[in-house]
Design a protein around this ligand. Sequence first.
Ligand code: FPP
Length: 244
Amino acid sequence: MDENMVTAIPAERIPRHVAIILDGNGRYAKSKGLTRPQGHKAGADNVETISDACIELGIPYLTVYAFSTENWKRSEEEVSYLMGLMRWYLKNYMATALRKGIRMRVIGDRSKLDPEMVREIEKDERETAHLTNLNLTFAINYGSRDEITRAVRAIAEEVKEGKTLPSEIDEKLINAHLDTSVLPDPDLLIRTSGEERLSNFLLWQLAYSEFYFTEKYWPEFTPEDLKEAVLNYASRERRFGGRK
Ligand code: FPP
């Protein structure tokens, strides 16, 4: 990364939370004559590269869409490879996270994940809980509609038990029941590989976020590309529904 990377953008214009839809691993693999698993492996490796770039740029929150509630529809072979890759990553990335000061979290429905993987996630979250250089969140078996449904169900249970009044249900309460309750809303959403849709990612949380789409396949998305996205973001005027 070039030296000007940090100095070129005023600190108050750096997004606090960047969310990324990691798309294009398969097409990347095809374009290079590699197998799909090799494309996913390159994609997983790039999460580490871009995490480092976030630290250098002073972005404190990064959330990546690793596996959606819809991804189970892929072939059994691909699902099993992706699950294995994520488990490997969750287990082996911990040492790196500890060294770099990265706090790891996972959002999504854990009830359908392998119990071994859930234990690994809990261990990662526990042992990196004191770190503050970067909050790195993986969305695994995540779907925004599923997340909102689980939140509504939990609130309904509380109402049924008499802990909450219907009139007490407001945006803050709903937010507190989402998987992302401890995260700020993303300022910038990036999707790679030329697709321009949300694919059920953080629908509630992205209400006022800026969107940035790039043709690059995820494994080819470099720290320089991240800087370009951040520069583009920094030049935008955000109004949050108001007027300037
Ligand atoms: C999209 O590419 C990518 C995914 C569905 C999975 C993303 C997963 C990883 C980057 C690997 C695991 C991640 C971590 C963080 C350990 P695609 O397969 O839809 O690509 P295509 O649209 O070109 O076929």
